[in-house]
Design a protein around this ligand. Structure first.
Ligand code: HEM
Length: 183
């Protein structure tokens, strides 16, 4: 969520487009499910944030059998850190991977990452059990903050950088948030 806010509040055009999407969804939806389904840009922002800012850096696994990988002998029982997040920044999988561009997941030809290229919620038998809940939380929190709060970054002109503590966080970003009173 912190990367979502840091990315959105650096880009006034994106903020305006999201706000318009939320207003349309409010007007045209007759259920929560419909409302969420209309928030396509917000969903693309969430996906692009998880790709560009490596929300899930690594997964830990133990080798069941010995094998050789890229010239390295792995023994049975060795602990492996699999860098799933790195795929998101590889040109083999995404054009201009350094660029933050939610539009890549939208439109008539959205990028469809090949299996394994983008797995912010893991993969295999231990895939995140809360993935769907996390999606709803991030998208609806973003929508409600856009609508109900005045938010500004203290340093909007500085590029978004990451720090690790141990998980990735926006480096040095501070937000001023003022919640508007209901009319
Ligand atoms: C953006 C938010 C989230 C991200 C990026 C995320 C990411 C992940 C990842 C990568 C794994 C797999 C770890 C592995 O295979 O080693 C995982 C597992 C898990 N997550 Fe999440 N998660 C998120 C939110 C949540 C939420 C909201 C819940 C619960 C309400 C949740 C519950 C779990 C559980 C129970 C597992 C373990 C599944 C298992 O071992 O079988 N997660 N998560």
């Amino acid at each position: 969520m912190s990367f979502v806010l840091s990315a959105v509040y650096r880009c006034p055009e994106l903020q305006a487009a999201l706000l318009e999407e939320v207003a349309t969804a409010n007007e045209e939806s007759s259920s929560c499910r419909e409302w969420l389904a209309r928030l396509k840009l917000a969903e693309a922002v969430k996906l692009e944030v998880s790709r560009r800012y490596l929300i899930t850096l690594t997964m830990v696994r133990s080798a069941r059998v010995p094998f050789v990988y890229a010239g390295h002998q792995i023994r049975a029982g060795d602990q492996l850190l699999i860098s799933v997040g790195a795929n998101g920044l590889m040109e083999e999988y995404f054009d201009e991977p350094e660029k933050f561009d939610p539009a890549r997941f939208m439109g008539p030809n959205p990028v469809k990452p090949e299996p394994g290229a983008l797995n912010p919620c893991g993969m295999g038998p231990h895939t995140c059990l809360g993935a769907a809940l996390a999606d709803v939380q991030v998208i609806s929190t973003l929508a409600l903050l856009l609508e109900r709060a005045d938010i500004e970054l203290v340093n909007p002109d500085r590029p978004l950088e990451m720090k690790y503590s141990p998980y990735p966080l926006p480096k040095g970003d501070k937000l001023r948030i003022r919640v508007r009173r209901e009319q």
